[in-house]
Design a protein around this ligand. Structure first.
Ligand SMILES: *Cc1c(COP(=O)(O)O)cnc(C)c1O
Length: 347
C-alpha cells in the first residue's frame, strides 16, 4: 500500500451499523441476532464489522468459506461462534480441524467427512430453496450421535416478498428439526426477521440490513444507511448545447452547461446501470450522472453548483433502495461491488 490518497472514499458509519444490529436483535424477539459477514462483510471490511458488532453483543458470525473464517478468527472472543456456510471440502479439512470455526454441514458426504473429528458443527436443512443443505427425507439416514450439532438452520428463498413459499419453508423446517438434536435453531435472514416471531427460533442471521439494506418496506424506519461513497472531481468543463458526453455519446447537452468528471467507474463497483440515472450531491444540490459510466470515470452535471472545482469531493446518493431503483442492481450487488479501490474510513 502506498501513502497516495485514494480518489474514492467509502465513509462508513459505525454508529449506524451498531444501531442496525441492535434494531434487528430487538426485532428478533427472544432470539439472538448474529451477523452474516461473508464476502468481506458485504464489502465493508469483515474485521472492522466483526470488532464493532462483537462489542455491541453479537456472538454469532457467518462467513462463506474457510479463508474468510481464518481472517476473523483472531478477532473473536472464545464464546463467539463462527459458522462457515459453504461447508467443508476435503481440501479444507486440515485448516478446518485446527480452526475454532464450525462448518455448516450441507450434504451427507460432508457429514461423513466431519463425523470422525468429534468437533462441533452446524447443519443446513433444505426447506425448499434447493441451494445448499440436507433434504428432510435424508435426515433419518444420519447417525446424529456421531455429530455434535450446535445450530441446525435453513435459509429462506423469498423472505423479501409476501408469498406462500415463506410459510411453506417454515412448515418444512419446523417438522424437519423435531428429530435433530441441535442446541439451537435458526431460519431467518434480514427479511425473515420482519416476517415475525415464528420465523426467528433461537438465532437470526441478518446480513444486508446490518449494512443499510431494506429488503422489506416495514423495515424502512428501523434501518440506517451505513455506506456513504464520496468521489473526487478530477476535471471540470463547459458544454455547449449539442455536445455529447462519454462512450457512445449516450448524453447530449440540451443547453450550455457545466460538468465535472469524477474518479469513480464500473471498476469501483459503480456499474453501468447508473448511466444517465445515478445521482451525486453537494450541499443539498443534486448532481445527475450524464452519459455512460466508464471503467474509472463518470461525468456529472454541476450547472447548479458552479463553485465546484478540481479536487473537491462530492457525495454519491447511495441510499440502497434508491440506488437499486436507479441502477437495476440488487442492494446486495451494490454493496459487494464497492471498495476495490476505495479508502474505507470508519466514523
Ligand atoms: C447470506 C446469508 C444470510 C444473510 O442474508 P441477508 O439477506 O443478507 O440478511 C443468512 N443466512 C445464509 C445461509 C446466507 O447465505
Amino acid at each position: 500500500m502506498s501513502d497516495i490518497p485514494a480518489t474514492l472514499k467509502l465513509i462508513l458509519d459505525g454508529n449506524n451499523l451498531v444501531s442496525n444490529w441492535t434494531a434487528l436483535h430487538k426485532m428478533s424477539g427472544g432470539a439472538q441476532a448474529g451477523a452474516a459477514v461473508k464476502a468481506n462483510a458485504y464489502g465493508l471490511g469483515a474485521p472492522d464489522v466483526v470488532r464493532q458488532l462483537q462489542d455491541a453483543g453479537c456472538r454469532d458470525f457467518y462467513v462463506a468459506n474457510w479463508q474468510e473464517a481464518l481472517e476473523i478468527e483472531p478477532l473473536v472472543e472464545p464464546e463467539t461462534s463462527v459458522s462457515v456456510l459453504n461447508g467443508v471440502r476435503d481440501e479444507d479439512m486440515e485448516a478446518a480441524t485446527l480452526s475454532r470455526a464450525k462448518p455448516v454441514l450441507n450434504s451427507l458426504q460432508q457429514i461423513k467427512r466431519w463425523s470422525g473429528t468429534g468437533q462441533p458443527c452446524d447443519l443446513m436443512i433444505n426447506s425448499g430453496m434447493h441451494r445448499l443443505g440436507i433434504d428432510p427425507e435424508d435426515l433419518s439416514a444420519i447417525d446424529m450421535n456421531s455429530l455434535s450439532i450446535d445450530m441446525a438452520m435453513s435459509h429462506l428463498a423469498s423472505a423479501d416478498e409476501d408469498c406462500a413459499q415463506n410459510l411453506k419453508q417454515l412448515d418444512v423446517f419446523s417438522n424437519a428439526i423435531s428429530n435433530v438434536p441441535a442446541k439451537r435453531f435458526s431460519l431467518a435472514n434480514s427479511a425473515g426477521i420482519a416476517l415475525g416471531q415464528d420465523y426467528c427460533f433461537d438465532c437470526t442471521r441478518p446480513g444486508l440490513s446490518l449494512y443499510g439494506g431494506v429488503p422489506r418496506q416495514e423495515m424502512t424506519s428501523l434501518i440506517q444507511q451505513v455506506v456513504f461513497p464520496q468521489a473526487q472531481i478530477l476535471q471540470t468543463r463547459k458544454l455547449k448545447a449539442g455536445d455529447k458526453v462519454g462512450y457512445n455519446a449516450q448524453y447530449a447537452a440540451q443547453r450550455d452547461m457545466s460538468i465535472a468528471i469524477l474518479g469513480i467507474g464500473y471498476a469501483d463497483g459503480y456499474l453501468r446501470g447508473f448511466s444517465n440515472t445515478g445521482m451525486f450531491r453537494s450541499e443539498g444540490i443534486n448532481l445527475r450522472v450524464l452519459g455512460r459510466v466508464s471503467m474509472d470515470l463518470i461525468a456529472i452535471d454541476i450547472s447548479d453548483a458552479s463553485q465546484l472545482g478540481e479536487g473537491d469531493w462530492v457525495d454519491c446518493d447511495f441510499d440502497l433502495v434508491r440506488a437499486s431503483n436507479q441502477s437495476g442492481l440488487s442492494q446486495y450487488e451494490l454493496l459487494t461491488g464497492l471498495g476495490r479501490r476505495s479508502a474505507r474510513i470508519w466514523h
